[in-house]
Design a protein. Structure first.
Length: 714
């Protein structure tokens, strides 16, 4: 057989040659050359020509790795990394301790070695290929001794972690890209900075924002890779940092934000400027692709979107953290695209404090190893030690701010709070932020008959939240009647609204300052007030834990003694983050890095980032027959005569994404309460429930109504 295939209808030799990039190192070229070589055995060739027929012994990764060991000469660490990358290129990365399982020679795999060897010699890229079982046995034993020595004497470190992920991600990205596009990687399209500059020039003049932007851009340093951009809210940081980032002329921009709810407005601004000239993708777990796109193009767009391969990628901090630390195939495809990129981390205070030191350490290494640029941006910047990050803003901007005061509101009881809110809402656009959905809904129903009142919480679908935010923005702009918004922290970082007065239930200082950023945000003539009051939800300590414990004494020493004007906010913020840095931050992944425990690292990251712990997805049916329609589509897809990969793509595109788009995450206790009332099974998708259209438990005012549920079960 001379026409070997790597994938259906794809010549093997074309696949291998197109994967190699001119910038690849010797090791990367060797790993790509050998990663699929065992596909040359007859069992795999029989399988690839008819995917619907069951064929035994079609696996190829382990024997390919053996062939790599036999034919490539590198130092011990590079050899281990190359072997591991090939063995696992269709799997998750395991802890390095587990690699010894692969060094135990697999006789069944080795029985195909001679056939692979003879077939490989017919291809020009393997002219000098050889294989000896005895030689392989000797090499694997040497590598086992090397790993034992590194485990007990010379530990690994963060650099080794990054270097392996760099090799592994290069392999799997190139493999998937060529398999989908049947071409070499296309270079990114240059993003024309003039389009952004023209857009900015056509904005209404704003003295403070214009001065800020000029200062930052004049601070451009093409030879530096690590930056912080610290500036008050409302200063136009988004367009300024994008302008700064484009000056580096890197392959792509990766713009991260902490919440899916605030991605849309950043994406909308950027896509308005660039969507006709460049690819601009929005990437998070609820992102959907136009269902009119044909199946082949869907696979292409899905890959580009899920791998940070657009010219400008707008995504979540969650996605970036897992790209940097995760061990899954899908996360490491993204890791590859961090190379030669500018990564903007908006609202940098949202990086979990337990992970912050490890995160910064990896940013430092990635920037050096892969010529990438990181820009941390926030109005409340955490402490970053070591002197490697350069501040590109002027912190004196904080001293000039007089838009609002933060005041402590001492109350005898909750009734006194309601009275204060009522007095404000009569004359001012008023924002109230509390710590639980239940309390927010309770306050909404208390005030809705007296004021034009809105609710914004995580128990509303994304579409519902976006409509509510748009409505609020329109009412604030028209200013024809005063409005009252009752919210949880959904209103905080990134939501562009400006109220005259705010009330904030006590919370960590960074959250208080973020709420203050919604008060007189647009530099109105009248000075705003944010009143901070004591816990009324009953769960504040449980929600915020250590961060609340850090905040309380600072609030007592500073805020409770005197009002804090905006010009003093930086001092307030720094006192908070210095305490966190001293008392809470540490390198929690250091031991895992020393032993290259990729799977263990991923597990720890999952525990830290599992903000939805104890919650479950609930689909909110947006119209009558929505779920039945998806069920019909599901049945049609399952009955189509197509391979399983096309089926999975169609189910993901037409079914899963639509369900996620119209879902919320609710506590399991709330789901248990309504299970016997109105929940139904999405019976074609395992373990997913939906709330039927027009169910009483969900309404246009507050979303999923906790008070209604609690009343039934009280």
């Amino acid at each position: 057989m001379s026409d070997f295939l790597s994938h259906p209808d794809k010549p093997y030799i074309d696949h291998i040659k197109r994967m190699v990039d001119i910038s690849d190192s010797k090791l990367e070229k060797e790993v790509k050359a050998f990663h699929d070589v065992a596909k040359l055995k007859s069992t795999f060739q029989k399988y690839i020509q008819n995917l619907d027929v069951f064929v035994e012994n079609k696996n190829h990764a382990l024997l390919s790795a053996y062939m790599f060991l036999e034919n490539c000469v590198n130092d011990e660490l590079d050899t281990v990394f190359g072997f591991l990358a090939i063995v696992l290129h269709h799997k998750e990365i395991c802890d390095l301790d587990d690699i010894n399982d692969y060094f135990c020679l697999n006789e069944k795999e080795l029985s195909f070695a001679n056939e692979v060897l003879q077939n490989a010699k017919t291809l020009d890229i393997y002219q000098n290929i050889s294989f000896s079982k005895d030689d392989l046995s000797s090499k694997t034993k040497n590598l086992e001794r090397f790993l034992m020595n590194r485990k007990f004497r010379h530990k690994f470190d963060y650099d080794d972690f990054v270097n392996f992920k760099g090799l592994f991600s290069n392999l799997i990205y190139s493999d998937k890209y060529e398999a989908i596009f049947s071409s070499e990687k296309i270079k990114s399209k240059n993003v024309d900075i003039a389009l952004l500059e023209n857009y900015i020039a056509n904005l209404s003049p704003h003295k403070k924002r214009d001065e800020f932007r000029k200062f930052v851009l004049n601070n451009f340093d093409e030879n530096h890779r690590l930056f912080t951009l610290t500036a008050p809210t409302g200063y136009g940081k988004t367009l300024t940092v994008l302008n700064y980032a484009l000056k580096f002329n890197k392959s792509r921009i990766i713009f991260t934000l902490p919440f899916t709810t605030i991605i849309d407005q950043t994406y909308d601004i950027i896509s308005e400027i660039y969507s006709s000239q460049n690819s601009v993708f929005k990437i998070h777990h609820k992102t959907t692709i136009n269902e009119n796109v044909d199946e082949d193009r869907y696979s292409e767009i899905k890959f580009l979107m899920n791998s940070f391969s657009a010219d400008i990628n707008v995504t979540t901090l969650y996605q970036l953290i897992f790209a940097m630390f995760g061990n899954s195939n899908k996360d490491n495809v993204k890791f590859n695209q961090l190379k030669n990129s500018v990564i903007i981390i908006d609202e940098a205070q949202a990086i979990p404090y337990t992970l912050r030191k490890d995160f910064i350490k990896l940013c430092e290494i990635i920037s050096q190893r892969f010529d990438s640029v990181f820009i941390f941006m926030s109005a409340t910047m955490p402490i970053i030690s070591g002197g490697k990050f350069k501040e590109i803003s002027n912190l004196d901007y904080f001293k000039d701010q007089k838009r609002y005061d933060i005041c402590w509101l001492e109350l005898e009881n909750e009734a006194a709070l309601y009275e204060s809110i009522s007095k404000s809402a009569m004359k001012n656009h008023t924002l109230v932020v509390v710590n639980t959905v239940e309390k927010a809904q309770e306050l909404f129903y208390k005030f809705k008959s007296d004021f034009k009142t809105y609710s914004l919480t995580s128990y509303m679908s994304d579409e519902h939240k976006q409509k509510t935010i748009s409505c609020i923005q329109n009412k604030l702009t028209k200013n024809d009647e005063k409005i009252l918004l009752i919210s949880t922290q959904s209103i905080e970082a990134g939501v562009d609204v400006s109220f005259e007065v705010g009330f904030r239930e006590v919370a960590p200082i960074s959250s208080i300052i973020q709420t203050a950023g919604r008060i007189n945000r647009h530099f109105g003539d009248k000075k705003g007030k944010l009143y901070v009051f004591d816990d009324i939800s009953g769960h504040t300590d449980d929600i915020y834990g250590d961060l609340k414990m850090i905040s309380d004494p600072i609030i007592s020493d500073m805020l409770k003694k005197s009002d804090i004007c905006e010009s003093e906010v930086l001092e307030f913020s720094n006192a908070y983050f210095e305490k966190i840095y001293t008392n809470l931050e540490s390198y929690i992944l250091e031991k895992d890095m020393q032993n290259l425990k990729f799977a263990s690292t991923n597990k720890k990251i999952s525990e830290i980032m599992n903000v939805e712990n104890g919650k479950t997805m609930l689909v909110i049916e947006p119209y009558d027959g929505f779920v039945d329609g998806l069920k019909t589509k599901f049945s049609e897809i399952k009955n189509q005569k197509t391979d399983k990969f096309n089926q999975m793509n169609k189910i993901d595109k037409l079914i899963i994404k639509e369900l996620i788009k119209h879902s919320i995450n609710i506590s399991k206790s709330d789901q248990e309460k309504i299970k016997s009332i109105n929940l139904k099974d999405v019976n074609f998708i395992h373990d997913v429930k939906f709330l039927p259209f027009n169910a009483r438990e969900y309404n246009d005012e507050v979303g999923f109504n906790k008070l209604f549920i609690d009343e039934i079960f009280s």
